[in-house]
Ligand binder design. Structure first.
Ligand SMILES: Cc1cc2nc3c(=O)[nH]c(=O)nc-3n(C[C@H](O)[C@H](O)[C@H](O)COP(=O)(O)OP(=O)(O)OC[C@H]3O[C@@H](n4cnc5c(N)ncnc54)[C@H](O)[C@@H]3O)c2cc1C
Length: 402
C-alpha cells in the first residue's frame, strides 16, 4: 500500500491551508491555542459560518446534503489542516452525530428543516443518550416517551449531556416499548427542541473548571410525533449506525497531532536549569516515544480510511483506535504539564461563556493558560465515547473470539 499523498492531494492541502490562513480570524485561533477546549461560542459560530459560505461546512456529509464528494484522504487532509491552524471543530454532536442519522433515516421534512441551520452554525445540537444508570449499558435507559394524541410525552433524566446549555436542539434515545423482549428493541430516536417546557438543564461542576457537561431533566415534555426519526422502536439501530459512521474520529488523531506540536513549542521555550526542556534526555525520550506511537496510530487510521482489507473485525479495529487515541490524549497533555513544570499549577478561569481573559492572563505565554484544564478534561477521554474496559471487551470478543 502506498501512503504518499498524490500531487493533486498536496495541491488540495495547499488550497485548504491558504483558505484557513486568509479567513480564520487570528483572535479565534489564538483563543483556541491559549484556552484549549474553551473557545467562545461566538468564535465557533463565526468560523462555522465562514466554512459554510465556502461550501466546506460539513465535508464528511454527502454532497446532496451540503457535504462534499471528497475522497477519504481529502477529508483527512482537511481536518488535519483545521486542527493544525487551531480552528474550532464546530458542532460535534450536530454535524457528526445527528446529521448522518437524519440523512439516513429522517423524513424529508426533518432533512429540510434541520440540516441547513446545522451546517450554517445557526443551530447547535446536543446528544441525550446517557442516563445515571445507563452509560456503558446504554440499552437499560429508562427515559420514557408515551404517545398521547399527536405528541410524545417524555419523562426522565439524561446525564453528561455535552453543551446542552448552548444547544437549541437535542437528539434523544427514549424508551417507547417497555415490554419488548430485548431492551434494545424498545428504544426510539427523538429530536427535541431544547426550549420545550419541562426541560431543565443543570450544569455539572467539572474538575477542569469548564462548563460543558450537564444533567438534563425531562418532565412531561411534549414532543410532536413528527420528531420521531425513522420507525418506532428502531432507535437502537440508528444509534449504532451513528457510531459506525464515525469509525476513525475516536482516535482523536488530529487533536493528538496538534497537541504534540504544542508539547514541542512549550518544551523548546521553557527552561530547566537554563536549558530548554526539550534537551533534557528523560523528557526527549518520552517525547520520541509518544511521537512514534502517534505515527503508528495515524497509519492505522489511514489504513481504515483507505478501506484496507484486514483479517480483523472492523468494529474491533475501531475499538482499538479508541483505546490508543484516548490513551494518547492523556499522554500528550501529561507531557505538556511536565514541560511546564510548576507553571502548570496556575489556575485560569476559562469557560466558553467567559470569553474575555481576565486578570493577569495576558502576562503568561500563550501556551500556559489552557494546558492544565485540558490535562484535567482528558482524564475523561478513556470514558466518553465508550469506556476503555468496555472497548477491551469488544476486542476480546470480536477479534479473538473470547
Ligand atoms: C466528558 C464527557 C462527555 C460526555 N458527553 C456525553 C454526551 O454528550 N451525551 C451522552 O449521552 N453521554 C455523554 N457522556 C457519557 C458517556 O457516554 C458515558 O460516561 C460512558 O458511556 C460511560 O458510562 P458511565 O459514565 O455510566 O460509566 P459506567 O458505564 O458506569 O462505567 C463505570 C466503569 O465501569 C466499567 N465498566 C462498565 N461496564 C463494564 C463491563 N461490562 N466490563 C468491564 N468494565 C465495565 C467502565 O469501563 C468504567 O470504568 C459523556 C461523558 C463524559 C465523561
Amino acid at each position: 500500500m502506498n501512503f504518499e499523498f498524490s500531487p493533486e492531494d498536496e495541491a488540495f492541502r495547499a488550497q485548504v491551508r491558504e483558505f484557513i490562513q486568509q479567513n480564520l480570524p487570528k483572535d479565534i485561533a489564538r483563543q483556541a491555542y491559549r484556552r484549549g477546549n474553551a473557545v467562545s461560542r461566538e468564535g465557533i459560530r463565526h468560523w462555522q459560518k465562514t466554512l459554510y459560505k465556502k461550501g466546506w461546512g460539513a465535508p464528511h456529509l454527502p454532497l446532496a446534503y451540503g457535504g462534499s464528494d471528497w475522497s477519504a484522504v481529502r477529508k483527512h487532509i482537511f481536518t488535519e489542516e483545521i486542527y493544525k491552524a487551531d480552528a474550532p471543530d464546530a458542532g460535534w454532536q450536530g454535524l457528526h452525530m445527528a446529521a448522518p442519522v437524519i440523512i439516513a433515516f429522517g423524513s424529508e421534512e426533518q432533512k429540510q428543516r434541520h440540516l441547513p441551520p446545522m451546517l450554517s452554525g445557526d443551530v447547535y445540537w446536543c446528544q441525550g443518550f446517557s442516563e445515571p444508570n445507563a452509560g456503558s449499558d446504554l440499552a437499560s435507559l429508562r427515559t420514557a416517551a408515551v404517545l398521547d394524541g399527536d405528541t410524545y410525552v417524555v419523562n426522565g433524566q439524561k446525564i453528561w449531556t455535552s453543551e446542552a446549555q448552548y444547544s437549541q436542539w437535542g437528539f434523544f434515545l427514549v424508551r417507547t416499548d417497555a415490554s419488548a423482549d430485548k431492551p434494545q428493541k424498545g428504544i426510539s430516536f427523538l429530536l427535541i427542541d431544547m426550549s420545550t417546557p419541562g426541560i431543565t438543564v443543570r450544569p455539572i461542576e467539572q474538575i477542569d473548571g469548564g462548563d460543558e457537561l450537564n444533567e438534563v431533566f425531562l418532565d412531561n415534555v411534549r414532543v410532536p410525533k413528527e420528531n420521531l426519526v425513522g420507525d418506532l422502536n428502531m432507535g437502537w439501530s440508528y444509534a449504532k449506525y451513528l457510531l459506525e459512521k464515525e469509525r476513525t474520529t475516536s482516535s482523536f488523531i488530529y487533536y493528538n497531532k496538534r497537541q504534540l506540536d504544542v508539547v514541542k513549542d512549550i518544551a523548546r521555550r521553557e527552561l530547566d536549569n537554563g536549558k530548554p526542556v526539550i534537551e533534557m534526555p528523560e523528557f526527549s525520550r518520552k517525547l520520541s516515544r509518544l511521537e512514534m506511537d502517534l505515527h503508528a496510530l495515524e497509519w492505522s487510521v489511514l489504513r481504515v480510511l483507505a478501506d484496507e482489507k484486514s483479517s480483523f473485525n472492523l468494529d474491533a479495529v475501531v475499538s482499538t483506535l479508541k483505546i490508543r487515541g484516548s490513551d494518547m490524549q492523556q499522554r500528550v497533555t501529561e507531557l505538556q504539564m511536565e514541560a511546564l513544570g510548576l507553571r502548570s499549577l496556575r489556575y485560569f478561569n476559562l469557560t466558553q461563556e467567559n470569553d474575555s481573559d481576565t486578570g493577569d492572563h495576558d502576562l503568561w505565554p500563550d501556551y500556559v493558560p489552557g494546558r492544565a484544564a485540558q490535562y484535567l478534561f482528558n482524564r475523561a477521554s478513556t470514558i466518553y465515547g465508550g469506556a476503555q474496559e468496555v472497548q477491551k471487551n469488544i476486542i476480546a470478543k470480536l477479534a479473538f473470539g473470547l
